[in-house]
Design a protein around this ligand. Structure first.
Ligand code: SAH
Length: 234
């Protein structure tokens, strides 16, 4: 369970309504049962159910089980999509190893800036689900040009280019030597010609194809992250 507070042995607190329901009625845990907590800062803590009441489950923190692992050093840059698909895309990115989520506003981005609180809630849910102890960082949306102008040159930016001339991403990915990585996926409307030209001209950018078909942006994200995991990996 994700608990966004400082934890220490002996601390007792009431779980939130949703989490209490999950513990008492979904997992049907009784007093004394042990659960694992993480706060995205110092790692994984064991805790026991101290008491159950109508309104909440009371937890008692036992001790630190596992220190907080580092976040994967992959920055996932994405043009925001319509909310439902955005929720999906953010969860997949976290499951597939993104450590930082960077919304990017491009020329053809059709949606308003995404609600950062909702993105963060999706990230926490995905982190809980895939059992990572860290909570990936969600940054404020940035315009593509500004993001590239301030880019950390030691970080390789892998750009999914639907107009690439080849179809297999692996050769380009295998040529990447940097450990610090970022991935950029465009909006439903794709990148503009100017954006594509600008990206291809940058020394820290590697353009990759993702097969011969046009993928939806959220499909492209998973396909690219899987290809990266298969070659460079974390
Ligand atoms: N331009 C297309 C759709 C863009 S798909 C159109 O207008 O229909 C959204 C994003 O997914 C693209 O910007 C690109 O980053 C990625 N993408 C989709 N298919 C891809 C492919 N075959 N190769 C590389 N990237 C792809």
């Amino acid at each position: 369970l994700f608990v966004p507070d400082d934890l220490e042995p002996g601390l007792e607190f009431d779980a939130g309504q949703q989490q209490s329901h999950y513990l008492a009625h979904v997992l049907r845990l009784g007093e004394g049962a042990e659960v694992l907590l993480f706060n995205g800062r110092d790692g994984e803590w064991s805790a026991a159910i101290a008491a159950k009441s109508k309104k909440a489950v009371r937890l008692k923190v036992l001790d630190l089980q596992r220190p907080q692992p580092p976040l994967p050093d992959l920055v996932y840059c994405f043009a925001p999509l319509k909310q439902g698909r955005l929720d999906y895309l953010v969860q997949k990115a976290v499951e597939m190893g993104a450590g930082v989520l960077q919304p990017v506003i491009t020329q053809h981005t059709q949606v308003a800036k995404p609600g950062i609180e909702r993105l963060r809630a999706n990230v926490v849910e995905a982190a809980e689900q895939c059992g990572i102890l860290a909570v990936p960082e969600v940054r404020e949306a940035e315009k593509l040009e500004r993001l590239l102008a301030n880019w950390d040159k030691e970080r390789r930016l892998i750009f999914c280019d639907e107009d690439a001339s080849t179809t297999n991403p692996l050769p380009a990915l295998q040529a990447v030597s940097e450990k610090k990585l970022a991935l950029l996926v465009g909006p439903e409307g794709g990148f503009s010609e100017d954006e594509r030209k600008m990206l291809r001209a940058l020394p820290f950018v590697t353009a990759i194809p993702l097969g011969p078909r046009i993928l939806r942006a959220d499909t492209a994200a998973v396909a690219a992250l899987a290809a990266i995991q298969a070659t460079i990996g974390d």
